[in-house]
Design a protein around this ligand. Structure first.
Ligand code: GLU
Length: 289
């Protein structure tokens, strides 16, 4: 049975782009007689607020979309910690105390999440205490996993190129997992067979495929969908002035009619669907803070 998920982060209200993502997750599952799950990704420190998660549930119901909710990420920290320990025991993680400014100054290239880590702490084991993150030793991880492929429903088979991310942070200072580790573990734990999400996270799937191999997790297929963009091509963001779903709902708008319009790709003026690859602004998924 096909199982998809919508996995919003409660650090702001949902906007039309989230509604579109929720519709894709919902409809891909329903079209195949499957299930779609709602997972609240709330390990983003002080930025995650329960009132946003409450609003998400009400907004989705207002759109007429039914999701079965699974436990939020904040309830799964022990699982993340255990997985990180397994990687650490195999020598695939190392502690890093570099500041963002040090990394920016020494980095020579930029990956999907920001400046690629220049490797400063890799050969310099430090006392694993204090304000540290744990990074994946990407070269060692790739050697351990060997060549990998993954499948996107539209883009077909991909050779995994996780090296795009360099020595990515898997354990943050403020949480036992970064987005990449937490989402990959959760998708496996939740039995997700088809990961639906925006094209802005297409490249993240290279890394998630590597993590699945390292941790012995089931491998789903991916369905990366287009993003709603403003005129000029900029991705809609939570901070934009355009009314969010909660605001529309509270103003008495018909949520089911909005859902039908988005499903039929009838977007409000000034908003379009872009199928291209968009790099996510790295501040939105800062993995090292
Ligand atoms: N919590 C992530 C976000 O809101 C979800 C990413 C994903 O679907 O994997 O961007």
């Amino acid at each position: 049975m096909i199982v998809t998920r919508f996995a919003p982060s409660p650090n702001g209200h949902l906007h039309l782009g989230h509604a579109y993502a929720a519709i894709v997750a919902h409809d891909v599952a329903r079209a195949a007689g499957g299930r779609c799950l709602l997972r609240i990704e709330d390990i983003d420190g002080a930025r995650s607020l329960p009132q946003f998660a409450e609003a998400f549930r009400a907004d989705l119901a207002w759109l007429g979309l039914e999701f079965a909710e699974v436990p939020a990420q904040s309830t799964r920290l022990a699982t993340y910690w255990a997985a990180a320990n397994r990687l650490r025991d195999r020598g695939l993680l190392y502690p890093c105390s570099c500041t963002r400014a040090q990394i920016a100054a020494a980095a020579t290239s930029v990956g999907p999440d920001g400046p690629l880590y220049p490797g400063t702490c890799r050969r310099r084991p430090i006392d694993a205490k204090g304000r540290i993150v744990w990074r994946l030793d990407m070269a060692a991880a790739i050697r351990s996993a060997g060549p990998l492929t993954w499948t996107d429903a539209h883009a077909s088979e991909q050779q995994a190129t996780p090296e795009l991310f360099g020595d990515v942070v898997l354990v943050r200072k403020d949480a036992p997992a970064s987005y990449h580790l937490a989402a990959t573990l959760d998708d496996a734990a939740d039995g997700i067979t088809c990961v639906t999400r925006g094209m802005d996270l297409f490249r993240a799937s290279h890394l998630h495929r590597l993590l699945q191999a390292l941790l012995g997790l089931a491998v789903p297929v991916w369905h990366h969908h287009g993003l709603l963009v403003e005129a000029g091509g900029r991705k809609l963001a939570k901070r934009d002035g355009a009314p969010g779903l909660t605001e529309r709902r509270l103003a008495g708008e018909d949520g089911r009619a909005l859902c039908d319009a988005l499903r039929a790709r009838r977007f409000p003026s000034g908003i379009a669907l872009s199928e291209g690859l968009h790099s996510r602004s790295w501040q939105t998924h800062s993995s090292s803070s």
